[in-house]
Design a binder for this molecule. Structure first.
Ligand code: FE2
Length: 416
């Protein structure tokens, strides 16, 4: 009998989804940072908020949200559940929160002598919470702690080792920002400052439909496409690994079913919960595999172009996948398979294109915007955003080296 353990059969490499892909995906060196987070998904979990705060020893809590969430039923419910633990509130957090808001939150936290933070909201609220915790523990201004990417190939990550106050996050969108040690804060000049600190990862995350039942379905679909983009970028990231790839494929599969189901029947909690669970998995993907060129572009489209992070993600993803397809054939073939395509016996390049077609199909089925112009985006900003992209850390983790600014501008232009 032939021993196939050491001999690669010639046909394996040409068959996506075969054992060859599995071997490539598993036999690699990697580091996995496990999260010290308790995740509670389900109805009625929010009602146990007081007990959860107690378990973290939080007695004086700073409560963070956006103005709209503060005025929602979920906002009042959380305020009630906090009871006597409520010490201070910052309810003015906008999308793409900036340095000024972080400074306001730090001042409030110091005046109220808080011992923990509860954040109810989307990515901007989560990131603001993490940024406040960094400044409270490390001192200085938030900008002092930002990581710097020196193109083309050097990434300096600040060591933020001091212990942080505990954070509990209740997401209202599918941003998955609450899962990761990463965060982004808008600098005064419009750049996105990025940070990385495993000590700011929430100790508890509560995924309860009561918190996101009032979130417009359109916000859940665009942030859900951001979550889907985490899966794609994580799958072909330079620092992907077997754990992140497993989560990425399962989450991509789940989101590709959950998003159309939710948009067809937006009031069904079960579908919303499936979107939020898929998004949660996508957060674990990027917590380890990080994000690439697509997110680098979306950061500029958000902080300089004024688009929501989810909106930018929903539009740009297939365009950046096309740029990366030539170096990410095996991973995109696995993605196509996870989304239901039959890729057996097909050339890798063909399966990669099938994955991109399936993403375009998903965009259309859930009705997200597919052109930047449809959101009133100013075309004159494309050049500046392309230049910003080159200094974003995503360009470092992308599987294919980022092209010159003119070529990035052409990718954005194609989405205009
Ligand atoms: Fe994202």
């Amino acid at each position: 009998m032939e021993d196939g353990r050491h001999a690669k059969r010639p046909s394996e490499a040409a068959v996506p989804g075969s054992g060859a892909d599995a071997l490539t995906a598993f036999a690699m060196p990697f580091v996995w940072q496990g999260a010290a987070t308790r995740v509670l998904q389900g109805e009625d979990q929010l009602r146990l908020l007081g007990d959860q705060c107690q378990s973290l020893g939080m007695k004086r809590i700073l409560f963070l949200s956006s103005p709209s969430v503060a005025a929602s039923k979920a906002g009042s419910a959380v305020r009630d559940f906090l009871g006597e633990r409520f010490a201070a509130r910052l309810a003015s957090i906008p999308p793409h929160s900036g340095e000024e808001i972080v400074a306001n939150g730090v001042q409030l936290a110091r005046e109220a002598a808080i011992d923990g933070v509860v954040a109810l909201g989307g990515g901007s609220v989560s990131d603001t919470a993490k940024a406040i915790l960094i400044v409270l523990a490390e001192g200085g201004d938030i900008a002092d702690h930002a990581n710097i990417f020196f193109p083309p190939d050097r990434y300096d990550q600040k060591i933020l080792a001091k212990p942080k106050l505990p954070l509990l996050v209740i997401p209202t969108t599918a941003s998955a920002a609450e899962v990761t040690p990463g965060l982004g804060i808008r600098a005064r000049d419009g750049h996105k400052l990025v940070f990385w600190d495993v000590n700011v990862v929430p100790r508890i995350i509560i995924l309860d439909p009561e918190a996101y039942r009032e979130t417009p379905a359109g916000v859940l679909t665009s942030t859900g496409m951001n979550a889907f983009a985490h899966c794609v970028e994580g799958l072909y990231s330079r620092v992907r690994n077997p754990v992140s790839s497993a989560l990425a494929l399962h989450a991509a599969r789940g989101l590709s079913h959950a998003l159309p189901a939710m948009i067809a029947e937006p009031a069904v909690d079960r579908y919303r919960m499936a979107v939020m669970a898929g998004a949660h998995l996508s957060g674990h993907v990027i917590a380890n595999a990080r994000v690439g060129l697509h997110h680098a572009i979306c950061h500029g489209l958000g902080s300089h172009g004024g688009l929501g992070h989810g909106e930018a993600n929903a539009i740009m993803l297939p365009h950046v996948m096309r740029y990366n397809a030539s170096v990410a054939g095996p991973e995109l073939a696995l993605l196509a398979e996870s989304m239901g395509a039959d890729v057996r016996g097909k050339p890798e390049a063909q399966s990669a294109l099938a994955a991109i077609d399936l993403v375009v199909d998903l965009q259309n089925r859930i009705g997200v915007a597919t052109r930047l112009r449809d959101l009133g985006f100013d075309r004159n900003k494309i050049g500046a955003i392309a230049r910003m992209t080159l200094s974003d850390r995503g360009a470092y983790f992308n599987p294919r080296p980022a092209p010159p600014a003119d070529d990035i501008a052409a990718i954005i232009e194609a989405a205009w």
